[in-house]
Design a protein around this ligand. Structure first.
Ligand SMILES: Cc1cc2nc3c(=O)[nH]c(=O)nc-3n(C[C@H](O)[C@H](O)[C@H](O)COP(=O)(O)OP(=O)(O)OC[C@H]3O[C@@H](n4cnc5c(N)ncnc54)[C@H](O)[C@@H]3O)c2cc1C
Length: 420
């Protein structure tokens, strides 16, 4: 076995939480291995690089001799606990063998992914996640002149609308499932900074139809998306369009924490006030401890790093309480309505990797049975998309106990699991 790369701390995740954590750790002269699947640090929100002043800070970090940055690498397995040894897959060089990294302390800044719910037609070409559509456009996918509908729930719909509009698309409608009263309550309780951001966004999106209490009930098309059917519970109508971005909020990425054996609570990594997980030496920060946006990620990155260094986090507690309040506001005001769980019919696919319909799944007793009998959750996404769907629709518990999570965390060639 070859010698793993060593450091004092391994930080997994290159989003805002990871960046803030790495900054604090390097300031304290810790040797850091920083692993991220992305080609460069930035995470979901800062795909093209962070804005000032974080852009400058990041540049400084990247030249620090105590840092070993492994961008384009995914953690796929845990090889030892205590002195944590993780196995990485090199996503940029598929032929390369896997490498191992080892450190006594870990900081998980794993972020979140979009939540999907099935409805007839949701797998048609032309339908994507709302954040997924935004990511495609940020990476250069041409949408100029296309007619786009965004639907689902949460502020990400508006952020996506902003991106696709700036790229020249015609946004026909943003359908937000939360009722108007909920949204007014949300706006009324926003802190000043967020209110100013929201006002700027509202100005840029002026004239764009934003429909509260509305959801997509069907995507229509023979070989690709041609229209969406929208509903407000009283009436339904069709809207011809070329692209639909749909997302029902975000779900914390917890798989690596589950594999390590960290306690999970309400779908997020359970942490103490100092962001320590249930495992000694393992800390977590950002969306993976609960959905709350970029400000929560930045504050938590700093808190987790401070706590890991054994320093006081008292000066950050107030800021943490504020971002937690915002997280709670998001949770309450964008709660999903029960109508959304009734959209899929027996023929609607739930596991799109293995083509398993809701009707087939209703004949199974558990996630395990469904895997054995139908291959649900055994395709490329390894249950990341259909697992939460079956939990919501069929009540099958997710989490390692329910889903039987094991390494590798994502499909990987065999040579990634062995050393030279
Ligand atoms: C698709 C999408 C688009 C979004 N767009 C916006 C937006 O425009 N505006 C906004 O305010 N918020 C947006 N968000 C919300 C966003 O999650 C937060 O605002 C912010 O990015 C959270 O920072 P974070 O550091 O917690 O996580 P992230 O930014 O998600 O960073 C987590 C990082 O961890 C990496 N990672 C996870 N698991 C592994 C592993 N096993 N191995 C290696 N690396 C791993 C990921 O690749 C990712 O780079 C978006 C979220 C999603 C899912």
């Amino acid at each position: 076995m070859s010698t793993p790369l060593n450091a004092d701390v391994i930080v997994v995740g290159g989003g805002p939480a990871g960046i803030a954590a790495v900054q604090a750790l390097l300031q304290a002269q810790r040797r850091v291995i920083w692993v991220d699947q992305g080609l460069r640090p930035g995470g979901q929100i800062w795909r093209a690089g962070p804005p000032a002043p974080w852009a400058l800070r990041l540049q400084t970090l990247l030249t620090d001799p105590h840092l070993q940055l492994l961008s384009g690498h995914a953690v796929i397995a845990v090889e030892s606990q205590g002195d944590y040894r993780l196995r990485l897959q090199n996503l940029q060089q598929p032929q390369a063998n896997g490498i191992a990294v080892q450190a006594p302390q870990l900081l998980l800044a794993l972020g979140a992914r979009e939540r999907f719910l099935p409805f007839p037609g949701w797998t048609l070409p032309g339908v994507s996640g709302a954040g997924g559509l935004q990511a495609l456009v940020k990476n250069g996918w041409p949408v100029a002149g296309r007619r786009v509908v965004l639907a689902g729930s949460g502020p990400l719909l508006l952020a996506s609308a902003d991106t696709v509009k700036a790229a020249g698309a015609q946004v026909l409608c943003v359908a937000e499932q939360a009722p108007r009263a909920s949204l007014l309550g949300f706006a009324a309780q926003l802190p000043m900074g967020k209110l100013a951001q929201a006002a700027g966004l509202a100005w840029r999106l002026r004239g764009m139809p934003y429909r509260p209490g509305t959801w997509v009930s069907r995507a229509i098309g023979s070989t690709q998306l041609e229209a969406v059917q929208l509903s407000n519970g009283r009436e339904q109508w069709e809207l011809p369009c070329d692209a639909l971005g749909v997302g029902f909020g975000l779900l914390p990425n917890i798989e690596l924490a589950e594999l390590l054996g960290c306690r999970i609570e309400a779908g997020a990594i359970a942490v103490s006030a100092d962001l320590q997980t249930s495992l000694p030496g393992v800390y977590a920060a950002g969306e993976c401890t609960g959905i709350g946006g970029v400000d929560k990620a930045l504050v938590e990155g700093r808190i987790a790093a401070q706590a890991l260094l054994g320093a006081s986090t008292a000066s950050l507690r107030r800021a943490h309480r504020q971002v937690q309040r915002f997280a709670e506001l998001l949770r309450q005001r964008f709660a999903l309505r029960p109508d959304l769980l009734q959209l899929a019919d027996a023929k609607t696919l739930v596991c799109r990797c293995e083509d398993v319909s809701l009707g087939e799944l209703k004949g199974q007793r558990s996630w395990r049975d469904a895997k054995l009998q139908t291959r649900c959750g055994m395709g490329a996404c390894q249950g990341r998309i259909c697992g939460p769907m079956t939990e919501t629709l069929l009540g099958w518990p997710a989490g390692s106990s329910g889903r039987g999570l094991r390494a590798p965390l994502q499909p990987a060639p065999l040579h990634c699991l062995i050393d030279e």
